[in-house]
Design a binder for this molecule. Structure first.
Ligand SMILES: CCCCC/C=C\C/C=C\CCCCCCCC(=O)SCCNC(=O)CCNC(=O)[C@H](O)C(C)(C)COP(=O)(O)OP(=O)(O)OC[C@H]1O[C@@H](n2cnc3c(N)ncnc32)[C@H](O)[C@@H]1OP(=O)(O)O
Ligand code: TJR
Length: 375
């Protein structure tokens, strides 16, 4: 292991990265709070400002993936569709097998200039997470309880609000509703069998209501569905802790652009369309596993330097006062103030570790497990 690798895997580096993320993130949350009065005077300006502020947080995740761990993300897509990416609103339908799929998603959003404005249908539990969850309130992210009876009105209302959004956005949908595990897969295939649907090998059976309600409510504002399939080379299953330790992975993403007008309007027809899409996605995954590649050509989608620049700026901004504080603490501080500072740092480290834990499939919810549809 080289010196740089050793350094990247050192806990002190992780603590510094965690501190920069939490301190800058909470500062940005505070700035977002300050934009509240602006919503009354100029809603569109408030939204644009919040997109920029949100970028300050989510691009740190991209910097971690692209620049710190050096993970490569390769795009397979039709070159004819490529110029449209980032220039129109799209619904992204992605498989949900990996703990860092959201980071790869963010990385592609960044490359196409839609990171600050990117949206997702996300479980309500994540709304309470400091920094990310609080940022999402101001970005008008759509939250769901994964209980259709309670979600149907609220989700439709949140979606309707996005119709006049001033920035181009990608709306991410994990139609499987939860991360892939062997047990959830087995149970969802029992449901598929009962419904007379073909079995899927690499996906859970998609939940169709969220997709239908999204397509219905964003019609006219969203132009296309981006059917996306993500996998990692060498059968790797990357983790956020691995990325934090500087481990390099290689992601491959296949994107297929499907015009929204080709999707049926009726609920049953739309559900059937989605089930067919998942059978095709399953075939693409099988092809990847057999051949190590997705169909179609590789299109170069270069990284931009802005996530790194943003990260360095925030690091200077929050590490400098920390340094000054630590020097004065050591030189003039009482034992009590040193103890209080140590306790505070330990609590912040625990919060950071807890946030990372939210990405871990082994700590995932029981939703989709037997007798626990909504756990
Ligand atoms: C590549 C570019 C990427 C771009 C990235 C862009 C943006 C990035 C932005 C942010 C990144 C951050 C990422 C954060 C990640 C976190 C994401 C999540 O939180 S995923 C979880 C939340 N999302 C969803 O659940 C979406 C999918 N779910 C739905 O659509 C649901 O329908 C619902 C609207 C949530 C409602 O949930 P409910 O449980 O009530 O579902 P249903 O009514 O659909 O369920 C009943 C239905 O399902 C059948 N059933 C029962 N058991 C199962 C089972 N195990 N598997 C499948 N189906 C099952 C049951 O028979 C019912 O069937 P029917 O509909 O016929 O009645
Ligand atoms: C410098 C930059 C540092 C960045 C460090 C980032 C620190 C930690 C940030 C955590 C951010 C987490 C935000 C997204 C969490 C995504 C978790 C996820 O994918 O949710 C799963 C749900 O879909 C389904 O849940 P399950 O039913 O599978 O359970």
């Amino acid at each position: 292991m080289g010196l740089v690798e050793l350094l990247k895997s050192h806990i002190l580096c992780h603590l510094i990265i965690g501190y920069v993320f939490l301190a800058s993130g909470l500062l940005v949350n505070l700035l977002q709070l300050c934009t509240l009065p602006l919503w009354w005077f100029n809603k569109q300006l408030a939204r644009t400002v919040n997109c920029r502020l949100g970028y300050c947080i989510s691009s740190q995740g991209v910097a971690l993936l692209d620049w710190w761990s050096g993970t490569k993300c390769t795009l397979y897509t039709d070159p004819k569709d490529y110029p449209m990416y980032g220039k129109e609103n799209g619904i992204v339908v992605l498989n949900h097998n990996f703990e860092v799929d959201f980071l790869c998603g963010w990385s592609f959003c960044e490359r196409f200039g839609v990171l600050g404005s990117s949206k997702v249908l996300v479980k309500k539990e994540l709304a309470y997470m400091p920094v990310i969850g609080w940022m999402w309130y101001f970005l008008e992210i759509v939250f769901c309880k994964r209980k259709w009876e309670e979600d149907r009105i609220a989700v439709a209302q949140s979606l309707k609000r996005l119709r006049d959004y001033p920035e181009n956005f990608w709306f991410l949908l994990f139609c499987e509703g939860t991360r892939f595990t062997a047990q959830k897969h087995q149970i969802s295939m029992e449901v598929a069998e009962k419904k007379g649907l073909p079995k899927l090998k690499h996906h859970l059976l998609p939940r169709t209501k969220g997709f239908w309600v999204t397509v219905q409510n964003l019609r006219g504002s969203v132009v296309a569905v981006y059917d996306s399939v993500l996998n990692f080379r060498n059968n790797e299953t990357p983790t956020l802790l691995g990325i934090l330790s500087g481990k390099k992975y290689h992601a491959d993403l296949y994107v297929r652009r499907i015009p929204l007008e080709s999707i049926p309007e009726g609920e049953a027809e739309c559900a059937a369309w989605l089930h067919k899409l998942y059978q095709e996605k399953d075939n693409f995954q099988e092809e990847y596993i057999q051949t190590g590649r997705f169909p179609g050509p590789i299109v170069s989608s270069p990284q931009r330097p802005w996530p790194l620049v943003n990260w360095l700026c925030w690091s200077v901004l929050v590490l400098y006062p920390l340094g000054v504080f630590l020097v004065s603490l050591v030189s003039t501080g009482s034992t009590l103030s040193i103890l209080v500072s140590v306790a505070f740092c330990s609590a912040a480290s625990l919060v950071f570790r807890w946030m990372i834990g939210q990405t871990e499939i082994s700590r995932g919810s029981g939703y989709g497990n037997k007798g626990n549809n909504n756990g």
